[in-house]
Design a protein around this ligand. Structure first.
Ligand code: SF4
Length: 361
């Protein structure tokens, strides 16, 4: 019994650092804090401003998991949310939601004791999912209706319901997958809370910080004005235009979709710089990593293999084909679609894709 009590203590101690939990939110509410009360709390303001700045300018890959005390962790989160609400920008909301969700997911990933209980708690009590944990070999079983919601942006075939073990309406899920779902669920939760907060007016002591954050945001916006060479996006294959639209709206896009769009844009003659800029609205955008990945796809880095645009059959398997190709006149590759349009429109596109070609060295 002592073991059980100890385990509960470990879980409770860990959860006390999660400011989005109902109990912690109630605790914060009971303090009756107003924004003005933070004016003298320099450390809290600094931590909250740094969080928002990192979320905007660096994205989640900048997360270093500083070991904040429970109090700083708990109080800096709502203050950072308030700062984002003062920026009144959906891009800022998306980037911050992604950053915080990734940060908490990485904290959960690093728990040594009581990890299963914490995952269980967050999935059921925070994200409101119906789960079971009583059916090995899967550690978690998520009700299929909740599973569909959290896996909607995961285009990898293994996440498709037809490829999963389903038992009595519950989908078997591994521990790393459960943490991925927590990240996606928290991202949506934070974004919805920010939307619900509306626009906040900054009090005087926060104005200089908000102005500085606004400048960072503006620099992101101006750097993402993409001028498309050759055919405009409205003439692109529907699948590519759909991915691009979601990217520009700052919506989550799977790794495969990102890769596909980058390969397509490079193939039709858009420069590496412009392709990198196209990704700048991703919540987790990191210019250095994005450039490396785009250069890799272009065959300028690593194995010097220049990747081609996937075929329609592959796009369909990843759930990225639009209306099952009804708009595309029976093409076999998105590049074939583009070349047909380019002929009509007078431009020219690359070759038909579907495989990697050696770039030489
Ligand atoms: S048929 Fe091919 S080109 Fe058309 S939307 Fe589907 S994947 Fe894209």
């Amino acid at each position: 019994m002592a073991g059980l009590a100890e385990e509960r203590y470990v879980v409770e101690a860990f959860l006390s650092r999660f400011p989005f939990l109902k109990e912690i939110r109630e605790y914060v509410a009971s303090l009756n804090l107003r924004l003005e009360d933070f004016a003298a709390a320099d450390d809290l303001v600094k931590t909250a401003v740094t969080k928002v700045e990192d979320a905007l300018s660096k994205g989640p890959r900048a997360i270093t998991s500083p070991d904040l005390s429970s109090e700083v962790e708990i109080l800096s989160h709502p203050l950072a949310m308030a700062l984002v609400a003062m920026l009144d920008s959906s891009l800022a909301k998306r980037r911050f939601a992604t950053y915080e969700a990734e940060r908490y997911a990485s904290m959960i990933k690093n728990i040594r004791e009581g990890q299963i209980q914490v995952i269980q708690y967050v999935l059921s009590k925070v994200l409101g999912m119906k789960i079971r944990t009583d059916n090995p070999p899967h550690e978690f079983w998520i009700h299929f209706s909740d599973y569909l919601k959290v896996s909607v942006n995961l285009n990898e075939p293994r996440f498709k319901l037809v490829n999963r073990t389903v038992d009595g309406g519950y989908v078997g899920v591994s521990r790393p997958e459960a943490i991925t779902f927590i990240k996606n669920g928290l991202e949506r939760l934070f974004y919805e809370r920010l939307e619900a907060m509306g626009r906040l007016e900054p009090p005087d002591f926060l104005k200089p910080h908000v102005e500085r954050l606004q400048k960072i945001l503006e620099s992101l916006n101006t750097s993402s004005k993409i001028s498309y060479a050759r055919l405009g996006p409205e003439m692109w294959p529907p699948c590519m235009n759909a991915i691009r639209t979601r990217l520009l709206a700052g919506e989550p896009v799977s790794h495969f979709a990102n890769f596909t769009l980058a390969a397509f844009m490079l193939k039709i003659g858009i420069s590496v710089d412009e392709v990198v800029e196209a990704y700048s609205k991703r919540g987790d955008f990191d210019p250095r990593i994005a450039r490396y990945q785009v250069e890799h796809i272009a065959g300028l880095k690593g194995s010097r293999t220049k990747y081609s645009v996937p075929r329609c059959s592959t796009m369909q398997a990843h759930g990225l084909c639009v209306e099952e190709g009804r708009l595309c006149g029976g093409v076999r590759t998105p590049m074939q679609f583009y070349r047909r349009r380019a002929k009509v429109g007078g431009g020219s596109g690359g070759d038909e894709g579907g495989r990697a070609e050696s770039h030489g060295s």
